[in-house]
Design a protein around this ligand. Sequence first.
Ligand SMILES: [Zn+2]
Length: 403
Amino acid sequence: MKYCKNCLTPESNPGTTFNEEGICKVCGYYQKEKKYVDWDKRMDEIKEIASWAKSKSNGKYDAVIGVSGGKDSLRQALFARDVLGLNCLLVNNPPDIITETGRKNIENIQNHGFDLIKYYGNPVVYKKIVLRALKEYGNPQKPSEYTIAAIPIRVAINFNIPLVIHGENSALEMGEPEKFTTKEDLGGSAIGFANSNTVQGGKASDWVGEGVTLSDLLPYQYPSLDEIKASGVHAIYLGYYLKDFNSFMNAKLGIKNGLSFRDESLYDLGRYHRYSALDANINQINGWIKHVKFGYGSATDRASIDIREGKITREEGIALVKEFDGRCTDRFISEYCDFLGISVNEFNEIIEKYRGKMWIKDADGKWKIDSPIWEQEPVNKNTDIKKVIRRLNAELGIVQDIE
Ligand SMILES: [Zn+2]
């Protein structure tokens, strides 16, 4: 496998390409563009957008924010209200199986003093299309990508609320900056949100069939650009306007504002921190699935971000990836299979069909990645990942160990 020379993004990451120096697109963006942004000017721009929203809302809600209650959405809500002075309506699309941490965090964000709508899609329909997404794409999280994109803007249009505020432009962060349809998306506009990441311009009609009709799929249907333009609703990415909108800073602010973290072992989570993907275990399962499909998991994503942000060295990142990538406790998988009504064996058989070409069998017949980063760039044996994790946690003011 070929990896970015700066971060640890592998060539198997969908949408990733490397330049002549072997640098991935996201690192290129960080080095060439993000560094030279005039952040004061962007702050002025977002304040102008906020004034525009207030002038349009006629004293009703100014902005809609889709929230899970996690660190990013907590920061979005507090920033929109306390810095921009917006009257916000929060919208939460609860996951199929919410974690205790997720439940506490939604309560916490409400208790900061917000109106909040819980938008539940039809669970019978949801289960059917999750099974299809699992079988047809090896991605049970795909339907949720549709609702995350569609529900906030749908609520904004229906309630006549002028602005939708998203967090990070994840297409940019995760290495798919070309997945846009409008030029505006390369600024702070998020009206092309549904074209980013796994949805990639997908329509709710993709899921029609097996007893599911188009009218069952409203929470999945992102409005057309024509409908958005006619409604006058605007959508933005907060991450575009704020220099320090990143998961580390958001976690730090989250702690100050009552955010609850996970308490599982890091080996159960397949990550080296406990402050993301808090409300549902499907995220952790997906990290494992991604590892099977593409030869890398959630620890690689995190390490690549932390390397770019200067939080860890490349060598520390490699050590962390080797230790945590692709791990997910069986407990999460069996709980999810119970929800879907299939056996763990059936689930594993489906995922196995998607195993990527970077996997080979070792001498004992066990799957291993062909030439992983830690074989290409062996880690110094003095690199102590426990120390690295403690250092990162200390920066956040928390004391947590691996187990
Ligand atoms: Zn990179």
